[in-house]
Design a protein around this ligand. Structure first.
Ligand SMILES: [Cu+2]
Length: 202
């Protein structure tokens, strides 16, 4: 039964993970890649994931797209080796997590607002498997930051009473998580009997 539950959980994860489809983001939506669009506002509230694509639509020859660094984004500059995209319909796949910066390098276009930064997340959406009604431990969540559950107390039998005593053996511990408590009670009980025996012998 335990193996069946684990298998079912793995099957659910295996089905759920590939179902996250990559998103194609049309930069600026219907306004496209152009002047007079606030791309900070456009990007805000959107969750960009690795594998998503950015589509820059613009009139070819009126703008371009250059992938730059964060500093270059701030200063509206670009490195000498930068190769602009100029097709008018540039599709960029966000393959790496982290910040990605793009500008138009036509004169003054960047400083007039044609600059975009997106924060790409690598994480797959958190999907918690259904809680199992049995006592079998659930599999660890794929990307949860919560601490793992504490290990169950050992169910091994407590040490036997001293062999020299004729006292009855202590009751066996219940086979549950209360074994630790039972062990403590048993230990106190053994010490008490042993003490009585010592007093009698002296
Ligand atoms: Cu431009």
């Amino acid at each position: 039964m335990v193996s069946l539950n684990i298998f079912a959980a793995l099957a659910i994860l295996g089905v759920a993970l590939p179902s996250t489809l990559a998103t194609q983001w049309i930069v600026g939506d219907s306004q496209g890649w152009d002047l007079n669009v606030d791309y900070t506002t456009w990007a805000s509230g959107k969750t960009f994931l690795v594998g998503d694509t950015l589509v820059f639509n613009y009139n070819q020859g009126s703008h371009d797209v250059v992938n730059v660094t964060g500093t270059e984004y701030q200063q509206c500059t670009e490195s000498n080796g930068a190769v602009p995209l100029t097709s008018g319909h540039d599709v960029i796949t966000l393959a790496v997590a982290g910040n990605h910066w793009y500008i138009c390098d036509f004169p003054e276009h960047c400083s007039l607002g044609m600059k975009l930064v997106v924060d790409v997340l690598s994480g797959t959406p958190a999907i918690s498997p259904p809680t199992s009604p049995t006592n079998s431990p659930p599999p660890p969540p794929p990307s949860s930051s919560s601490a793992p559950p504490p290990p169950l107390s050992s169910s091994s039998a407590p040490p036997p009473p001293p062999s020299s005593s004729g006292a009855p053996s202590p009751p066996p511990p219940p086979p549950s998580a209360a074994a630790g408590i039972a062990f403590s009670n048993c230990h106190v009980w053994i010490v008490g009997v042993f003490s009585i025996l010592m007093i009698i012998m002296v």
